[in-house]
Design a protein around this ligand. Structure first.
Ligand SMILES: NC(=O)NCCC(=O)O
Ligand SMILES: [Zn+2]
Ligand SMILES: [Zn+2]
Length: 484
């Protein structure tokens, strides 16, 4: 059955124009005036945009002795209700575990997804097996991104030598390394010192992860990537120091990408001073919320193009799970939710305030990351032949965010009480209407895995340049080369 989205204004990353969209067999079949189909959706007064892509989620993630509470069903339901039609989650091998075995575990969990999804593979340990399996992950499994944690010492953290080895392997395979950039050694020392001094509340989580910890690690990751001859993507960029490292690298011709989160853009570190322990602990995530100076820096990065993507790092824990850390902030599970609220919060605080244009909104919520992940224009585009992942966005529709009405499985919302203007009237996932005039109508299992092929152009360009400038022995006359 065909569908037509009528009377809307199409907004892409680079164009705004009036046209109807015909959807057939899950794809965009035609774009133009006066189209008709079996089922018609009225987009009068709305913007018709590519569905959002959230490249950073942790659904049912095993972490800090528990599992994040939104799984692929509730997490993707939350996503589509807010206009996001694709998520990219992280397959996390435990130390010593085969990458392929971990991937199988994530495959099993994701069968319940309500919208399309893909995976990043995490490098949590290093060895010959990992080196070899990385090739299978890229070539056979359709995953072209590998995540590295410079924090979480004793758990997910990798060292510089492991990171350098893995980055080189990424360069060979046409893959892109992603990095959680915080200096895990310094964080561990600061945590121990704070605890010894009696600082055990959730506010100490923020004290233990100052912006310098992030700035140093971001710079280090970028320099290591440059030496390995591979681009690099820094996840959850939260501070001016980290942004500055990315900005400087880009000015110097390095392909480094930065991803602020909607939480860091709109919530600040005063949340940790709240006298209610639960309130503060619910907002414990890494990196922590920052002050206004850092928020302004992140907005400026999105405006100027030195930062490219807005994500959520959706990793939702219940209040009960957070309470594991009463008396010891290092045991509070790190993570916050945001999947449902990313697009409405960014529209309200970005487009409604004039910080972003509607086209820039599409770029940072969908198109840029589709290009970075090598899935454009299947995703992130309103073009004939693209997947019909579409959000019909009503800029006049308003609500006050509250946990009582959310799709997420947890018992609170970090944006509780925030008023948003700009919400989906319809969301389509590969042509299926999953938000219908504001009502969520998902079908468990509708989501499909999106393969991502290895990168050709950028990795080839970088390896060509690397070969050209590689160290070579100087040819001298009169002295034997062997030195004998
Ligand atoms: N960000 C966070 O606090 N939790 C999820 C894991 C990670 O991305 O570091
Ligand atoms: Zn992280
Ligand atoms: Zn994360």
């Amino acid at each position: 059955m065909s569908k037509v989205i009528r009377n809307g204004t199409i907004v892409t990353a680079d164009l705004t124009y009036k046209a109807d969209i015909l959807v057939k067999n899950g794809k965009i079949a035609a774009i133009g005036p006066d189209l008709h189909g079996d089922h018609e959706l009225d987009a009068t007064g709305c913007y018709v945009m590519p569905g959002g892509i959230d490249p950073h989620t942790h659904l049912e993630m095993p972490f800090m002795g528990t599992y994040s509470s939104d799984d692929f069903e509730s997490g993707t339901r939350a996503a589509v209700s807010g206009g996001t039609t694709m998520v990219v989650d992280f397959a996390l091998p435990s130390p010593g575990q085969s990458l392929l075995e971990a991937l199988q575990m994530w495959d099993n969990k994701s069968t319940r997804a309500n919208c399309d999804y893909s995976f990043h593979m995490a490098i949590t340990w290093w060895g010959e097996q990992v080196f070899n399996e990385m090739e299978t992950v890229v070539r056979d499994k359709g995953i072209n991104t590998f995540k590295h944690f410079m924090a979480y010492k004793g758990a997910l953290m990798v060292n510089d030598d492991e990171m350098y080895a893995s980055f080189q392997r990424c360069a060979e395979l046409g893959a892109l390394p992603l990095v959680h950039a915080e200096n895990g050694d310094v964080v561990a020392q600061l945590q121990a010192k704070l605890l010894a001094e009696g600082n055990n509340g959730p506010e100490a989580h923020a004290y233990s992860r100052p912006p310098e910890v992030e700035g140093e690690a971001t710079n280090r990751a970028i320099m290591i990537a440059d030496m390995a001859g591979v681009p690099v993507y820094i996840v959850h960029t939260s501070s001016e120091q980290a942004h500055e490292a990315i900005r400087r690298a880009r000015q110097n011709g390095i392909r480094a990408y930065g991803e602020p989160l909607i939480q860091h853009l709109t919530l600040d570190d005063s949340e940790y001073s709240n006298p209610d322990w639960d309130h503060a602990a619910r907002r414990v995530m890494s990196p922590p919320f920052r002050n206004k100076k850092h928020q302004d820096s992140l907005w400026a990065g999105l405006q100027s193009g030195s930062l490219q993507v807005v994500a959520t790092d959706h990793c939702a824990f219940t209040t009960e799970q957070k309470r594991t850390g009463v008396g010891d902030f290092t045991k509070i599970p790190n993570g916050t939710g945001g999947l449902e609220d990313r697009m409405p919060m960014l529209w309200t605080h970005g487009v409604e305030t004039g910080r972003l244009t509607p086209n820039e909104f599409v770029a940072v919520t969908s198109t840029n990351i589709a290009k970075i992940l090598n899935i454009y224009p299947k995703k992130g585009a309103i073009l004939v032949g693209a997947d019909a992942d579409i959000v019909v966005w009503d800029p006049k529709k308003e609500k006050t965010i509250t946990a009582d009405k959310q799709q997420s499985a947890i018992d609170y919302n970090v944006f509780e009480g925030k008023h948003v203007k700009g919400l989906p009237r319809y969301t389509l996932s590969r042509g299926k209407i999953v938000v219908d005039d504001g009502a969520v109508k998902t079908e468990e299992g509708h989501g499909e895995f999106v393969r991502r092929e290895p990168f050709q152009a950028v990795n080839t360009a970088l390896s060509t340049w690397k070969e050209l400038v590689a160290p070579r022995p100087v040819q001298r006359s009169g002295i034997p080369a062997s030195g004998v």
